[in-house]
Design a protein around this ligand. Structure first.
Ligand SMILES: Nc1ncnc2c1ncn2[C@@H]1O[C@H](COP(=O)(O)OP(=O)(O)OP(=O)(O)O)[C@@H](O)[C@H]1O
Ligand SMILES: [Zn+2]
Length: 443
């Protein structure tokens, strides 16, 4: 398996473990998730499903940021508590995951439940003299390391001149970032330094360190998190353990609307739950997988329509096959392939090769289209071989959720009656039954 690794300027990193540890930065629960937020989640899901398909065991962790200024602001707006805001959006998040057909990670941890772990981790950094307390805050000392900027490929001087870092007299260096912030505003915890809250960059790394007791193999997130969030996660772990936090940093490109990044704070969002209501989860998945995960996606009506049509084509194929099977117009014969050529194509091994080549899902989609054409040819020849099962298998590994229609006896009876009327040219009766079968979603 080769994956593109941000730590080495997107060069492909080979990977042949039989177990894999994965971390993906989870949501800050002050709102519902949008299509952009769904992208790293679908990326993680496809990766997990594929690893499991090729026999690799996965341990997948996600955090939930359930303490944050944005949650406090929302709680004030709605005149409810922070806990109520967080609970509502955690539940909505879990529902969105399930509606998106995303396999739940092995563990999802709200960071408010791990404050002792986070405080311990900060203490470790202070002991190693790479972090310092200042007036109740704790900061990471950027000058204690030569490795800062290696993930995002930036130099410290560039970072200082390029960012509008606010002047903070409590910090030693302008780019030092907060591990702990003294505050009485909103939920806060007692520590040696002050009553306060941890910085976001420390939450993820402390959780990884505690849960896995080691580095991870793959760390996932959107490209906007590469700097400063992931850079800061990485540098803390490096300082604490002298090891890389992740062997591979996998960053997905942005989903944008009118060429502007879709983002909660910009307000140009299309929520996952609304999209699913209008188009279904398969359309969203298809839309995300037709572009390589690193490339940007500009969300347009055209793109949504193309994805809808592609999904309808697959559903229509399954309906057509079920109908033909019900009418005995095709037979499934796994032993005697219709055409040797179909077997030579060896679709499953092509699928594996494409996925192992940095998750080349756009090419997999092309492969699926080819399979559909071949299956249609088999239908014309009235014999299906195992190609259909292979297609179903690939769709499951990509996380699509198609129902292959199966009809009960009364429905089968109706289908056969309808077919009888059509063949005997009794069109009045045939049309009556056709209406019934359309209502039952058979035709
Ligand atoms: N438009 C987007 N396209 C792709 N990934 C995105 C997009 N927006 C956010 N993400 C990813 O979704 C995850 C959650 O991000 P986050 O909660 O910061 O979303 P956001 O909408 O940008 O929120 P905010 O505006 O509050 O920062 C991160 O991995 C982030 O990189
Ligand atoms: Zn993170």
């Amino acid at each position: 398996m080769k994956l593109s690794n941000s730590l080495h300027e997107n060069n492909l990193t080979s990977f042949d473990n039989d177990r894999v540890k994965i971390y993906c930065c989870g949501p800050t629960v002050y709102d519902n998730i949008h299509i952009g937020n769904a992208r790293p989640l679908v990326l993680g899901d496809v990766l997990v499903r594929f690893f499991e398909f090729i026999g690799i065991k996965v341990d997948y962790l996600q955090n939930i940021t359930d303490i944050d200024d944005k949650i406090i602001a929302k709680a004030n707006d709605l005149k409810i508590s922070e806990t109520q805001v967080a609970e509502k959006y955690i539940n909505d998040y879990l529902e969105d995951l399930s509606n998106l057909n995303i396999k739940k990670p092995n563990k999802i941890i709200p960071i408010s439940t791990k404050m002792d772990v986070i405080i311990d981790f900060i203490n470790k950094l202070i002991t190693k003299e790479v972090a310092y307390e200042s007036k109740g805050d704790v900061y990471f000392d950027i000058n204690s390391t030569n490795s800062y900027g290696e993930l995002s490929n930036k130099r410290i001087e560039e970072l200082i001149s390029g960012s509008r870092v606010e002047v903070n007299p409590n910090k030693r260096n302008a780019s030092d970032f907060a591990l702990w912030k003294k505050t009485k505003n909103g939920k806060n915890w007692v520590s040696n330094w002050s009553s306060g809250r941890p910085g976001w960059h420390t939450e993820c790394v402390a959780l990884i360190d505690n849960y896995f007791q080691s580095q991870v193999d793959i760390h996932i997130g959107g490209i906007d998190l590469k700097f400063p969030h992931h850079e800061n996660e990485r540098i803390q772990y490096l300082a604490a353990t002298k090891k890389e936090l992740s062997k591979i940093w996998l960053h997905n490109g942005h989903v944008s609307f009118n060429s502007q990044k879709m983002s909660k704070s910009l307000g140009n969002t299309l929520m996952v739950k609304d999209f699913i209501k209008d188009h279904g989860a398969n359309v969203l998945r298809y839309l995300l997988l037709t572009t390589n995960y690193r490339q940007p996606i500009n969300l347009t009506d055209d793109l949504i329509n193309q994805s809808r049509i592609a999904i309808q084509k697959i559903s229509a194929l399954f309906k057509k096959i079920s109908l033909k099977i019900a009418l005995n117009e095709v037979t499934k014969n796994n032993d005697r392939p219709v055409d040797e050529d179909f077997n030579l194509k060896n679709y499953i091994s092509q699928f594996k090769d494409l996925m192992q080549d940095d998750l080349n899902t756009p090419r997999v989609i092309t492969l699926i289209e080819q399979m559909i054409k071949d299956i249609n040819k088999q239908i014309d020849q009235k014999k299906l071989n195992n190609l259909l099962d292979e297609l179903l298998e690939i769709l499951v590994v990509l996380g699509f959720n198609f129902e292959f229609p199966k009809y009960d006896q009364p429905t089968l009876q109706l289908i056969r009656e309808w077919d009888g009327y059509v063949k005997s040219k009794n069109f009045t009766k045939a049309d009556e039954l056709r209406e019934v079968l359309i209502k039952k979603d058979v035709l």
